[in-house]
Design a protein around this ligand. Structure first.
Ligand code: SIN
Length: 303
């Protein structure tokens, strides 16, 4: 029986007493999902996971998305596990050095959106004893709740177009050395449309589902009004009271809910301060399925 210890913050809880490399029965997994919906980000300290174990744990949440940059997975025994790192071997970077440094929600640009990210901290940069390279989150349940009532009513049925290429090009403009997407890569990641306000499948509450990285247009508004409204929503969702930063420790396993949060990686470390994180990006292939949610309702009643 593990313990859920909520942070004294707008987001986050630590799960104590669970080995994520071992078997987790359906009842315990349902409790984890409930905690994830409620707290948005779950930290499992002191975990010991090789790539197959990391993939196995991540797959409990749904199917894992591969990288659009096929060379990123080339030669790896477990291609579903991505590598985020500024470390070089033989002059070559071993992973993506600058992934996720703008506010975003992974896979909001896909018809089948993202559900969770599962990240395992292997090497964490430190300066003067202080951990760097944290991951910052903002709470989209709270952001929705704090919107003016009239705006929630007016945009109740609005939809938003999300585009992968927008994020990619913004990163290039900000100095990333990543090459432009090839026509083939752009075809593999066409824009997707989602409701602006989504009902969260675990909490049953509304969330603000848009993010500065990928959201490019509110489809029901004229272009200029859409741009103005998105600028307002982006500023609103990043209000300081909705935000919380995870400070990494080696062997942390971190799972976060993409439907109820947005996030960014904090680039406050240098190229010679090594950071190595292993990542699985999990799609919402299961979380909207009533069969997947049934044990969760049972766990809720038992609590
Ligand atoms: C991500 O956006 O998945 C990366 C987050 C991080 O590296 O902290």
């Amino acid at each position: 029986m593990f313990t859920v210890r909520p942070n004294d913050a707008i987001l986050g809880a630590t799960i104590e007493g669970l080995d994520t490399a071992g078997p987790i029965d359906a009842g315990d997994f349902a409790r984890l999902l409930l905690a994830l919906g409620r707290h948005g980000v779950l930290r499992f300290p002191d975990q010991h996971l090789d790539d197959p174990a990391l993939r196995g744990f991540a797959e409990r949440f749904g199917a894992i998305q591969g990288s659009v940059a096929k060379e990123a997975a080339a030669g790896r025994a477990v291609p579903e596990v991505g590598v985020l790192s500024n470390i070089r071997q033989g002059g070559q970077l071993i992973g993506f050095p600058d992934a996720g440094q703008d506010w975003h929600t992974d896979m909001s640009y896909r018809d089948l959106m993202g559900f969770v990210n599962v990240l395992y901290g292997v090497r964490i940069p430190r300066r003067d004893g202080r951990a760097l390279g944290g991951t910052e989150f903002a709470n989209m349940h709270a952001a929705y709740d704090a919107l003016p009532e009239a705006l929630r009513a007016r945009l109740a049925d609005a939809t938003v177009t999300h585009d992968f290429n927008q994020y990619w090009e913004n990163a290039r403009r900000a100095g990333s050395t990543r090459p432009p997407l090839t026509p083939e890569q752009r075809r593999a990641r066409p824009p997707a449309v989602h409701p602006l306000f989504l009902t969260h499948p675990i909490t049953g509450r509304k969330v603000l589902y848009c993010n500065p990285g990928y959201a490019e247009r509110i489809n029901e508004l004229p272009e200029a009004e859409s741009a103005e409204m998105l600028a307002f929503l982006f500023a609103h969702q990043l209000r300081p009271e909705f935000r919380w930063t995870h400070v990494w420790t080696e062997n942390d396993l971190l799972v976060w809910d993409h439907l109820g949060t947005i996030h960014r990686a904090i680039a406050d470390y240098r190229a010679d301060e090594p950071r190595l994180i292993r990542r699985c990006q999990v799609l919402a292939t299961r979380v909207f399925d009533p069969d997947f949610l049934a044990p969760l309702h049972a766990a809720q009643h038992a609590m």
